[in-house]
Design a protein around this ligand. Structure first.
Ligand code: FAD
Length: 438
């Protein structure tokens, strides 16, 4: 099959956002072409999913495929913050379906294959090089087979282009819309350990072999070793454990100067953070799995415009502390598919459809920022927007936001954002432990 020269919608990137948006549009009968520069299954970070993602799987009809994969179900979170240990479970907030720890190569492949089944024409090893708008519903995407250099580019004409290129943020960068977030000057380092112990919801530490019978929690811990905003994660997966850290950017120079460079720094911190060091004591570090990503927090000054929409990380990303990245990406993909469908059916109302998309997505990102922002004080407009949106959420969802942020001590304003009724009896929704039981 050859990449065509024309279609209704081009989707750039086959991560969760691109695949879901493509599936939903193809289901509505539109001719969708998805161009992906990698070959799936391909590696991706972001393995801890909150249960909210299920509603998008339901909408796209892909829940049975996700369930059949047998990803690890997680029981909740173990949060060690400023020395205090707390545990929480999603079921205490009314969620009946489990949160998951997923190998993203497998998860993303399921979504991409689902898009194929729904009629999306998927082309891998095809890199989009640039975008050109010819007006409201008329655009071109230029592409090249991966590995082919030279001047020649191929043109694919479409009515709308949806950029789901993740952190590459292809369109936002090309159109000058991309902004690094000044409030989140962080980098992330992560790697994988085989045979790590894990924490269950009973506060006990279990050996890796027990993962088949006892549900793990996602373990996160703040650490003075990385300064005020630094924290680490430990996410048990079926065959390995993802371990990572969020590090203020000003540590980069010192980290690189350590023996073994940034990777040496990463391994040293893993062996020194209290409790994490104990969980990793029986584990073997997997060589070749180290990653470093700088300034991953960004936003776009516009998320829709003549002939284009931005979704997922290609539109904005904040901070992984609440494990909401994939869910927010799926939300934007669903919202975008809905909006593009309306733009294609009633072109005379494109401007108002795009305004609606922008307003809803910006609101969602503002909430997300407000829940994880280290220094939020004093920004009234942002606070007002966050409060208005948060108060439209169900009370249990607001309670979850209040607990999640209180336990990580990130959002100083959260108490003012959530409805007072949602704050009632919060202490029954998490428990404080004296220590972990080894
Ligand atoms: C350190 C870190 C930890 C995280 N942890 C979590 C977590 O625990 N839980 C969570 O929910 N989220 C987490 N996230 C966020 C999560 O990884 C992202 O939100 C999610 O992957 C975004 O999905 P996406 O579809 O927008 O982009 P991606 O998954 O990045 O997919 C983008 C796709 O576009 C393709 N592409 C890029 N450029 C081009 C091009 N020019 N042409 C063609 N194709 C292209 C790429 O190959 C890729 O397949 C984390 C993020 C970071 C940085």
């Amino acid at each position: 099959m050859e990449v065509p020269t024309q279609c209704d919608v081009v989707v750039i990137g086959g991560g969760p956002a691109g695949s879901l948006c493509g599936s939903l549009l193809a289901e509505e009968g539109f001719d969708v072409v998805l161009l992906e520069k990698a070959v799936h299954p391909r590696y991706q970070v972001g393995e801890s999913l909150i249960p909210h993602f299920w509603k998008f799987c339901d909408l796209a009809g892909l829940t049975p495929e996700i369930e059949a994969e047998g990803f690890l179900e997680k029981a909740g979170g173990t949060i060690v913050w400023n020395g205090e240990i707390n545990q929480m479970a999603f079921k205490d907030f009314g969620y009946e379906r489990p949160a998951l720890h997923v190998e993203r190569d497998r998860f993303d492949l399921i979504l991409l294959n689902h898009a194929r089944k729904r009629g999306v024409r998927v082309f891998e090893e095809v890199a989009v090089t640039r975008f050109e708008s010819h007006g409201d519903a008329d655009a071109s995407v230029f592409w090249r087979p991966v590995g082919e250099s030279g001047e020649g580019e191929n043109e694919l004409r479409c009515r709308y282009t949806v950029d789901a290129s993740g952190q590459d943020a292809l369109l936002a960068r090309q159109l000058g819309l991309h902004r690094t977030d000044p409030d989140f000057r962080f980098m992330s380092m992560w790697g994988y350990y085989e045979g790590s112990s894990f924490v269950a919801l009973d506060g006990k530490v279990h050996p890796a072999e027990m993962l088949t019978s006892i549900a793990p929690t996602t373990f996160v811990s703040s650490t003075e070793l990385l300064g005020r905003w630094g924290w680490v994660w430990q996410i048990p997966l079926r065959e390995t454990t993802s371990v990572g850290m969020i590090v203020p950017m000003d540590r980069l120079k010192a980290a690189k100067a350590e023996p073994g460079g940034a990777e040496g720094f990463f391994r040293r911190i893993c062996s020194e953070v209290p409790l994490l060091q104990d969980l990793l004591a029986p584990a073997r570090y997997e060589e070749g799995g180290f990653h470093l990503l700088r300034n991953y927090s960004h936003s776009s000054t516009a998320v829709a415009g003549p002939g284009f929409f931005l979704i997922g990380d290609a539109a904005a990303f904040v901070d992984p502390v609440l494990s909401a990245g994939v869910t927010v990406s799926l939300y934007s993909a669903w919202l975008c598919a809905w909006t593009v469908g309306r733009c294609l059916r009633s072109p005379e109302r494109v401007a108002s459809h795009q305004d609606f998309y922008t307003q809803r997505l910006v609101e969602r990102v503002t909430v997300y920022r407000s829940l994880v922002l280290p220094a939020y004080e004093g920004r009234k407009q942002m606070a007002d927007d966050a409060r208005r949106t948060i108060r439209r959420e169900p009370l249990t969802e607001q309670a979850l936001m209040a607990v999640a942020t209180a336990l990580t001590d990130r959002s100083v304003d959260i108490d003012a954002f959530v409805d007072p009724t949602a704050r009632h009896d919060l202490s029954s929704r998490f428990r404080t432990l004296e220590g972990l039981e080894f």
